[in-house]
Design a protein around this ligand. Structure first.
Ligand SMILES: *[C@@H]1O[C@H](CO)[C@@H](O)[C@H](O)[C@H]1NC(C)=O
Length: 402
């Protein structure tokens, strides 16, 4: 028996190492060894800018002397190489800009943050603020290449538009495709859907040349003031309303979202959409968000742990949570100190009202990450539930940070 298992196992792992036996069609790209990422310098950067639809530049510190750090550097380079290889037949070039050696070029191009990736498109620059993995980067770049304006031609496409509830959505009503030209929206990662087909477009409450804005998870749109609108008007409105009451953390802009905190904190909800409890909890969250959409103080970051397998164990450890269950809490972004709503009762999730009461307590400061800190100092271990008894000893990080 054991023998069979062993041979089965080795067959399986062989398949992993040497793909492409008899069956084809699922061949993951491996780096083929060909250098595609350019070493950007004063000599070549202008030409590269001119020649490609997109130019992605990674702005980095000089190669470190330490072996371990060198490996890390090479891994980043490999992510870029693999992305370049996968997107080889698109008109995209990749380059590395050394913050010391190429300081002049960096200054000319306006690169500021070391460790960041900048994407140049038609003389404009978009900073990529997401997870630096080939999957995420490829997805992001394909999005940037796409036309920011999509024409909605029929009821089916309209339904698809309505289902995109996790995104900021804009829909405009124009007379013909020609009057729906907003090319620069791509630079701010705004997508506008245009419809010209529906006479009067009754069910969208759209007026000719009008544009409606849907915040994520909202059913009712906001109408952009003014008609006709210029691209600048649209960009300005979206920039002002970008921080949604409920926003989903996504790999392609996760750092941007996290840096957009509310006075040093985030209200964070963990919920797996595919899990019945998680789904239920998310529906409650959406209700709360819809009730409070006009409160500019409130923004809840929803994280689906399924989207971030590499971060799940880190979050469980840092926040002392069980992420197989839905959770909601407050996180201080300075020290990752956090408090979480007690939802240990297996049967019942909190109601929308209970959740709103708790959120009110957070916004007013009655619930915060700081109170229990002092308490812990004064009373050591005597206030926590038994299963967390070691917590006091496990917290050396907290003191190190201060
Ligand atoms: C977050 O933590 C820092 C460092 O411990 C502290 O100084 C700050 O007051 C905290 N912020 C909030 C909003 O609790």
């Amino acid at each position: 028996m054991q023998q069979i298992w062993l041979s089965l196992l080795s067959a399986l792992s062989l398949r992993l190492v040497l793909p492409g036996g008899a069956e084809e069609g699922l061949e993951f790209p491996n780096f083929d060894g060909k250098d595609r990422v350019l070493d950007i310098s004063e000599r070549n950067y202008k030409k590269a800018l001119k020649r490609y639809d997109l130019l992605c530049l990674f702005y980095h510190e000089p190669m470190p002397a330490n072996k371990g750090l060198q490996k890390r550097f090479q891994m980043t380079e490999l992510v870029l190489e693999l992305t370049a290889q996968v997107l080889e037949n698109k008109d995209i070039a990749f380059g590395m800009v050394d913050s010391q050696k190429d300081a002049k070029v960096a200054k000319k191009l306006g690169l500021e943050e070391v460790g960041s990736l900048y994407v140049f498109k038609d003389d404009r620059v978009i900073e990529f603020d997401g997870e630096l993995s080939a999957d995420t980067l490829v997805e992001f770049l394909l999005d940037v290449l796409e036309d920011p304006v999509e024409i909605i031609n029929n009821a089916m496409e309209l339904r698809a538009f309505e289902r995109m509830e996790e995104d900021i959505r804009l829909i405009g009503y124009f007379k013909g495709e020609d009057s729906c030209q907003f090319p620069t929206l791509a630079h701010v990662q705004i997508r506008l859907q245009c419809t010209a087909v529906f006479p009067k477009s009754k069910h969208l409450s759209l007026k000719m040349n009008g544009v409606n804005f849907y915040e994520p998870f909202m059913e009712e749109p906001a109408v952009l003031p003014g008609r006709p609108l210029s691209e600048m008007d649209i960009v300005e409105f979206v920039t002002q309303h970008r921080r949604a009451t409920l926003r989903k953390l996504r790999a392609e802009n996760m750092f941007e979202t996290w840096e957009d905190d509310m006075d040093g904190i985030h209200i964070v909800a963990f919920a797996e959409e595919e899990d019945p409890d998680g789904y239920e909890f998310l529906e409650i969250l959406k209700d709360v968000a819809r009730d409070n959409t006009n409160n500019p103080e409130l923004s809840i970051v929803w994280i689906d742990p399924d989207d971030f397998p590499l971060l799940t164990t880190y979050w469980e450890k840092t926040f002392k949570l069980d992420l197989f269950r839905p959770q909601i809490g407050v996180v201080n972004v300075t020290d990752a100190d956090s408090v979480w709503l007690d939802m240990s009762d297996d049967e019942d999730l909190p109601t929308a009202e209970e959740l709103e009461d708790w959120i009110e307590d957070v916004l007013s400061g009655r619930v915060n990450t700081e109170d229990d800190d002092e308490f812990a100092d004064d009373h050591e271990n005597d206030h926590f539930v038994p299963e967390d008894e070691e917590e006091g000893d496990q917290d050396p990080d907290e003191e190190d940070d201060e």
